[in-house]
Write a protein that binds this ligand. Structure first.
Ligand code: SF4
Length: 228
């Protein structure tokens, strides 16, 4: 894809993420006292899960920005990604050369007990924070509360709505606005966070971050979607 189209996609992406964030803030508010997402809770950041190719590119932009803002931190993150990708590689359900997931086999393998305790390489285990928070995948954003997106009913994290039965939390479900059509075809395919970060070489010093500059560990991994 040429750079001009890609730039248009990034503008669209930033706008869609902003709208999604507003919807998810509403879902959080609707959960009220039953919302338990907080900084340092990272149970939703364990185990690999599918991300889109656009998510992967966004994560790489975040890592690129981190290499500029805080090279030692970026190198530590890259090392974790290399380790995570090496651990995943023997089980990877798809084409390891291109890191493209085979969707039909992904669920059974990625959500196996062997892999489900592997921390995401973007997670700083000391602080429990996502180091690429502003660049995190859409699945990381939509997991947590009972929301419906694009006709898909996403179940919440089991830590939210604690003490409530499904009959009690279902009425708190929020239907989010579907994304607007992208200005260009989205890059195809699915992959995983570890591959997106391990296979990336920082090479574009002019690449701006999508969100605020990544100068310090950011807020907690808010509601990632175990796409499970
Ligand atoms: S929120 Fe960040 S640390 Fe958590 S799974 Fe997503 S990318 Fe990884």
């Amino acid at each position: 894809m040429n750079q001009q189209l890609m730039n248009q996609l990034w503008v669209w992406d930033a706008q869609e993420l902003r709208i999604l964030g507003q919807g998810l803030a509403q879902a959080h508010a609707r959960a009220g006292e039953h919302a338990h997402c907080h900084r340092g809770c990272f149970s939703c950041c364990l185990g690999p899960f599918p991300i889109t190719a656009l998510d992967a590119l966004r994560l790489q932009r975040g890592l690129d920005a981190l290499h500029l803002a805080d090279p030692p931190r970026a190198l530590r993150l890259s090392a974790r990604a290399a380790e995570a990708w090496a651990a995943l590689l023997p089980h990877f359900p798809g084409n390891p050369a291109t890191a493209t997931l085979d969707e039909s086999a992904a669920e059974q393998t990625l959500y196996s007990p062997t892999l489900q305790m592997l921390p995401c390489p973007a997670l700083d285990l000391e602080s429990g924070a996502c180091e690429l928070y502003h660049h995190r995948p859409v699945a990381c954003r939509t997991f947590g509360f009972a929301v419906t997106l694009d006709g898909t009913r996403l179940d919440p994290c089991s830590l939210n709505y604690a003490g409530l039965s499904r009959e009690q939390w279902e009425p708190l479900r929020l239907t989010l606005d579907p994304p607007s059509p992208p200005p260009a075809p989205l890059p195809p395919g699915l992959t995983v966070v570890a591959a997106a970060l391990a296979l990336f070489t920082p090479a574009s010093p002019a690449c701006p971050p999508v969100g605020p500059p990544a100068t310090a560990p950011t807020a907690p991994p808010a509601p990632p979607a175990s796409p499970a």
